[in-house]
Design a protein around this ligand. Structure first.
Ligand code: UN1
Length: 496
């Protein structure tokens, strides 16, 4: 079977069809075309947002636990099609199969989380300063949530947003990456199956708009879209954030990362090696949480760097559907060109590059690159969406933490140490300035139970677990007077 035939079979099993259109879907596995899909016009994006708004007006009054039932059914569909969707992720964006399956598992997990949450959407009651008064907070559904997702997590990021937004009583419009429309079609079809089983959900509760930048812009500028949750590059967030703010819309931005880890002298080096290797080379370096900078203590630098070089030289690169492959292809030639530019800049600054060369086969395959740098300069300060790990020496922890915090983004970070003091310092207020700070695990592969996102140019938004749901609701403060007089707050008198 060709890859196109495999994709068509998987789509069919999930109840989706490719249709016809002018957007070609290319598999990074070998550069072949999987099919073509239609793109939504700006007018169609508007219509989708309007339909979603009508759905919202009905959905917001459905009891939250009942809304949770729809998400539970979506989770069931995802469980039943985990293999199909995981394979489609691999076919369309080139993830190794276990990561494709992991991504679907992440969707299932967030559905389970959201089902529980649907019985726990809660506000506070607050003591009033006035007699016979009560204050409380309610969290109400917000409106239409626009979800903009990137190619590298073509299905899980939609689920983080969709599962929460749905139990919170919102309707959705999804603009997936134009590099991953098939995954979006499949997820939409599974969602529609869940809707059919649920019975009685309003039409248009979740709309899909496939297309390029203009589609996203139409969503961003639409005053009927209450919240835009956008995951992607810093450049994208820089464009989206101010435009949404200009119309006083809300946004959740989850943007790039230039994530670092510190390997301290007391580190368990076996564990650190695996943690660093997965975080830096996994997903071919195309996660926002990918490890891109490594600070290794001078005392363990030589033995650790030697082991790391050996791992880089021997890691299996190839067809992501083959068992045993650890590193699949880059998404496209543009990613390869950006990688080569960064490596050449690093060389010009005295960096010693190990690996980084193209692997001869159809598609864009590269050996991950390890770059020994004497200083954190040039390309080390940028996020290049490719498997490049810059390795540097450090001697005191304070300066390593300062280097961790120097870059513009603040998504994820890690320390490998068995020294309790070092570990606690790293996660304390004066330690890592990132949204995620880990001890003895790598920077990537977060669980859904925690809030996911980061500071500074990462955008400040939080998706997924913990109390991220609050971003998808509006807060109302209610003061209720159950007495027969009207005392004013702050002792103000206004006698008529
Ligand atoms: C992303 O790359 O956009 O923590 C998200 C992780 C995944 C999510 C990554 N759970 O690596």
């Amino acid at each position: 079977m060709t890859l196109a035939e495999q994709a068509a079979t998987l789509l069919e099993r999930m109840g989706a069809r490719m249709g016809h259109g002018d957007l070609a879907c290319v598999s990074p596995i070998d550069g072949s075309t999987l099919g073509c899909v239609a793109q939504a016009s700006t007018a169609q994006v508007k219509e989708a947002a309007a339909a979603a708004h009508c759905a919202f007006l009905a959905w917001r009054s459905v009891p939250a636990p009942r809304r949770g039932e729809l998400v539970r059914l979506l989770g069931e569909e995802l469980r039943a099609h985990k293999d199909d969707l995981g394979q489609l992720v691999s076919l369309e964006v080139g993830k190794v199969l276990s990561e494709g399956l992991g991504e679907v598992q992440e969707m299932i997990d967030i559905c389970d989380f959201a089902v529980g949450l649907s019985r726990q959407l809660h506000g506070l009651t607050i003591s009033s300063e006035r007699p016979e008064h009560r204050m409380m907070e309610q969290w109400h559904p917000l409106g239409v949530v626009g979800i903009v997702t990137a190619f590298n997590f073509p299905v899980a990021v939609w689920a983080w947003n969709a599962a929460l937004a749905l139990v919170c009583g919102n309707a959705l419009v999804w603009k997936p990456s134009e590099k991953a429309p098939l995954c979006a079609l499949a997820v939409q079809a599974l969602f529609e199956r869940a809707v059919a089983r649920f019975g009685g959900a309003p039409d248009g509760l979740s709309k899909l708009v496939i297309g390029a930048r203009e589609g996203g812009e139409a969503l961003v500028d639409n005053p009927g879209v209450a919240l835009v949750s956008a995951t992607g590059s810093v450049a994208m967030g820089r464009a989206v954030g101010p435009r949404v703010a200009a119309r006083f819309g809300r946004s959740v931005l989850e943007l790039g990362g230039n994530n670092a880890a510190i390997v301290a002298p007391s580190a368990d080096l076996d564990l650190a090696l695996r943690g660093v290797a997965f975080a830096a080379m996994g997903t071919a370096g195309q996660r926002c949480t990918t490890l891109r900078r490594l600070f290794v203590h001078d005392g363990v630098y030589d033995p650790f760097a030697a082991r790391l070089k050996a791992a880089y030289a021997s890691v299996t690169i190839g067809d992501p559907l083959e068992p045993g492959t650890l590193v699949g292809p880059l998404i496209d030639e543009g990613a390869f060109a950006a990688m080569q530019r960064a490596l050449s800049d690093a060389r010009d600054l005295g960096g010693i590059v190990h690996g980084g060369e193209r692997v001869a086969r159809a598609g864009v395959y590269v050996r991950p690159a390890l770059v020994e740098m004497s200083e954190q300069v040039g390309p080390v300060l940028d996020e290049t969406f490719a498997p490049i790990l810059y390795v540097m020496r450090y001697t005191d922890l304070d300066s390593a933490v300062a280097l961790n915090n120097t870059v513009a983004q603040g998504l994820s970070s890690a320390i490998f140490t068995t020294d309790l003091r070092e570990a606690e310092l790293f996660v304390a207020a004066g330690g890592s300035d990132c949204g995620i700070a880990n001890v003895n695990i790598g920077t990537s592969g977060a669980e859904i139970g925690g809030a996911f996102g980061g500071e500074k140019e990462t955008g400040g938004g939080r998706e997924s677990g913990s109390d991220s749901w609050r971003a998808y609701m509006r807060r109302a403060t209610n003061t209720i007077n159950y007495g027969r007089t009207l005392p004013l707050a702050q002792g103000v008198s206004f006698e008529l």
